[in-house]
Design a binder for this molecule. Structure first.
Ligand SMILES: NC(=O)C1=CN([C@@H]2O[C@H](COP(=O)(O)OP(=O)(O)OC[C@H]3O[C@@H](n4cnc5c(N)ncnc54)[C@H](O)[C@@H]3O)[C@@H](O)[C@H]2O)[C@@H](O)CC1
Ligand SMILES: [K+]
Length: 536
C-alpha cells in the first residue's frame, strides 16, 4: 500500500525525524539531493544543468544537487531567487560548500517592490542559460501562499526557457506552485518531466490538476525513520496497489454455490432510467455476486428482463397507480421478503426523488438501523438525503453505510456547489465524513475514500470514465464485494480501485473518447482475471 502525506504532514514527519529521532537535517537533505542528482545522471550524459533555487530548504536541495552534479562532471548554473536574509541555515551551509569549491556562481535575484512582472522577466531572462537539464528547486512543501512578483516571473521564465531549449525538466520534491495538499495550483506553476519527491509522495501530486504538472512522480527513500509517519496529525492517505487488490480479493471458494457468493439487492431505476438499474446489476454480477435482485418500477420490467435475464426482478407500482393499502403491501413485501435475503443493498441509481423513492429510502435506512447489512447510497438517494435537514446523520447512518457522491451530489449534501466541492474535494470529503459518520466515497478524477479511521486516495481510472452510467457501475461493484464478505470499508476501497482499473482496461481497447459505461463491465472481467488467485 502506497502512503501519501500532505505538505503539513510531511513537515511534521521531517521535524519529528530531526528533533525527536535525532536524525540530522543535513543527512536527509544530502540523500534527497543525491537521489535527484542520481536520477538526472541515470537519464542524461554529463552536460549543462540550470538550477532555479528559492531560499528555503527546497532551494538548499538545489544547491546540494549543484555540488553533486558538478563533482560528476556537469557544468552548473544556478539562479537564486529571493532575499538572502530569508535563507535557511541549511541553505547557507550548502552555499558555503559551493563557495569553497570556487566553481559555481550563484546569481541572486532580489525581491523588490519597484519592478513589475515584465521587468522581472526581462531581467531574469539573462540568467536562464540554455541547458540540457532544467531543475526547479524554488518551492517545496513550504509553499504557503499564491505565487506572485519575482517568483511568478521566475517560474514562467523557467517554463519558457526549458521549452525553448528542449531541456529535461526535473522538479525537486514537488513542482513549484503546486499545493501539496489540495492539488490546486497557486498562481504560477512549473511543468516538469518528472518530480523527484522525498520520503512520501504528496497528496497534491496525485490529485488534479496537480497530477497533470509532470509526466512522472518518483518517490525516493531519504532515510527518514519508518515511525515518522505515525507522528503526523491525522492519517496518511493510503493508495491501494495491484498486489493489495489481489490480497483483499482473496480466493473464490471452489465449492461455493450462488448463496455462498452473496445476494445483492439493487433498488434503482424510474421511468426512462432503466439503464441505471441495469448497469448496477450487471456490475454486481460481473464482480462475482451469486444473485442480484432488482427492485424497480413496473415500466422497466421488459427492458431489464431482456437486458439482464440473470437478475431477479421485483417490479413495484408508482404510488399514483395504486391505493394506500396496496402501497403498504408492496413495501411490506420488500421489507419482509426481499431485504432479509440481501447481503448488500444498493439504493439510488436513476431512482428519482419522488414520493415512492423517498419511502424506499426511509425503508432502507430503517432496515439499516436494525440489521448489519452494508448499504451503498448513490445518486437520487443522496439527493433525497441532502433534502433532509432534521436528522442527526452521524447517528442515523452506521459504519457500514457507503455514500458515493460525485462533486454535484457532494455539493448538495454540504449545502454548497459542485464547483466548490470539486475544487476542495479533500476538505468537503472530510466534512461529509464528520457529518454522516459513515464511509464516504467522494468521486472525481481521483476518488477520495474516508472512514472513521482511515483515508484512501484511488489512483486507477481515466477520463473515459466521465460518461453516463459509470457511477451506476461502481455501486454494483462495491455492493457485490460487500455481499461476498468483504468489510464495507474494504468493499468501498477495492471497489473503487477495481472500477478504475476496469476503466483503464476499457480505455486500452476503446480509447477514453469512445468508451461507455457498459465497457467497464467488460473491463472488470479483464482485471479480475489478472488479480484473482488460481488456487484456494
Ligand atoms: N531536513 C529537512 O527539513 C528536509 C527538507 N527537504 C526539502 O525542504 C523542503 C521544505 O523546505 P522549507 O520548509 O524551507 O520550504 P520551501 O523551501 O518549500 O519554501 C519555503 C520558503 O518559501 C517562502 N514562500 C512560501 N510561499 C511563497 C510564495 N508564494 N511566494 C514567495 N515566497 C514563498 C517561505 O517564506 C520560505 O522562505 C522540502 O520540500 C524538501 O525539498 C529535503 O531536503 C528533505 C529534508
Ligand atoms: K520544487
Amino acid at each position: 500500500m502506497k502512503q501519501l502525506l500532505t505538505g503539513k504532514q510531511m513537515k511534521q514527519a521531517d521535524t519529528w525525524s530531526i528533533k525527536e529521532f535525532g536524525m540530522e537535517s543535513l543527512i536527509l537533505m544530502e540523500r534527497a539531493a543525491l537521489c535527484a542528482a542520481q536520477h538526472i545522471m541515470s537519464v542524461q550524459k554529463p552536460g549543462c544543468v540550470f538550477i532555479m533555487c528559492g531560499m528555503g530548504n527546497n532551494g538548499a536541495d538545489g544547491l546540494a544537487m549543484a555540488r553533486i552534479l558538478s563533482q560528476n562532471g556537469w557544468s552548473v548554473r544556478i539562479a537564486a531567487i529571493g532575499q538572502i536574509e530569508k535563507a535557511t541555515k541549511e541553505w547557507l551551509y550548502q552555499k558555503s560548500l559551493l563557495d569553497k569549491m570556487e566553481i559555481l556562481p550563484v546569481q541572486y535575484f532580489y525581491e523588490s517592490d519597484d519592478k513589475d512582472e515584465e521587468e522581472y522577466r526581462s531581467a531574469l531572462s539573462n540568467l536562464y542559460v540554455p541547458a540540457q537539464v532544467y531543475v526547479d528547486a524554488l518551492f517545496g512543501v513550504g509553499l504557503s501562499r499564491k505565487v506572485s512578483g519575482v517568483y511568478r516571473a521566475a517560474i514562467e521564465e523557467w517554463n519558457e526557457h526549458k521549452k525553448k531549449c528542449g531541456a529535461y525538466g526535473v522538479a525537486v520534491d514537488i513542482c513549484s506552485g503546486l499545493d501539496a495538499k489540495s492539488g490546486q495550483v497557486l498562481g504560477a506553476y512549473v511543468k516538469a518531466d518528472v518530480q523527484i519527491t522525498f520520503g512520501y509522495g504528496k497528496v497534491g501530486q496525485f490529485l488534479y490538476p496537480g497530477a497533470s504538472l509532470s509526466d512522472q512522480t518518483i518517490t525516493c527513500d531519504i532515510g527518514m525513520p519508518n515511525e515518522a509517519v505515525y507522528h503526523v496529525d491525522g492519517f496518511p492517505f493510503n493508495c491501494l496497489e495491484k498486489s493489495d487488490a489481489k490480497d483483499w480479493l482473496g480466493s473464490r471458494c471452489l465449492w461455493g454455490n450462488k448463496g455462498t457468493f452473496g445476494r445483492v439487492v439493487i433498488i434503482a431505476g424510474s421511468s426512462g432510467m432503466a439503464g441505471a438499474a441495469y448497469l448496477s446489476a450487471l456490475a454486481a454480477y460481473r464482480t462475482g455476486a451469486g444473485l442480484v435482485d432488482i427492485v424497480t418500477p413496473k415500466c422497466n420490467r421488459l427492458v431489464l428482463q431482456q437486458l439482464l435475464p440473470e437478475a431477479v426482478l421485483h417490479c413495484i407500482s408508482e404510488i399514483s397507480e395504486i391505493s394506500k393499502d396496496e402501497d403498504e403491501e408492496q413495501l411490506a413485501y420488500l421489507r419482509n421478503e426481499v431485504l432479509p435475503k440481501a447481503k448488500a443493498i444498493v439504493i439510488g441509481p436513476g431512482l428519482s426523488t419522488d414520493t415512492l423513492a423517498k419511502k424506499l429510502l426511509d425503508m432502507v435506512l430503517e432496515w439499516n438501523r436494525s440489521q448489519n447489512c452494508p448499504i451503498v447510497i448513490d445518486a437520487d438517494a443522496l439527493n433525497l438525503l441532502a433534502m433532509r435537514t432534521n436528522i442527526d446523520h452521524a447517528e442515523y447512518l452506521g459504519e457500514n453505510v457507503i455514500l458515493t457522491p460525485h462533486p454535484g451530489e457532494l455539493g448538495r449534501l454540504m449545502n454548497s456547489s459542485a464547483k466548490e466541492a470539486a475544487k476542495n474535494l479533500l476538505y468537503f470529503a472530510e466534512e461529509l465524513q464528520k457529518k454522516f459518520g459513515c464511509i464516504c466515497v467522494c468521486k472525481d478524477a481521483r476518488t477520495v475514500i474516508l472512514t472513521q479511521k482511515n483515508r484512501y486516495l484511488n489512483l486507477t481510472g481515466n477520463s473515459g470514465m466521465a460518461t453516463g452510467g459509470s457511477g451506476d457501475v461502481l455501486t454494483g461493484v462495491i455492493a457485490s464485494l460487500a455481499a461476498q464478505g468483504l468489510s464495507a470499508e474494504r468493499a468501498a476501497v477495492l471497489g473503487v480501485w477495481l472500477h478504475g482499473a476496469a476503466g483503464d482496461e476499457a480505455a486500452k481497447e476503446k480509447s477514453p473518447y469512445s468508451m461507455i459505461a457498459r465497457d467497464l463491465a467488460d473491463g472488470l472481467s479483464k482485471v479480475l482475471i489478472q488479480i484473482s488467485r488460481k488456487k484456494v
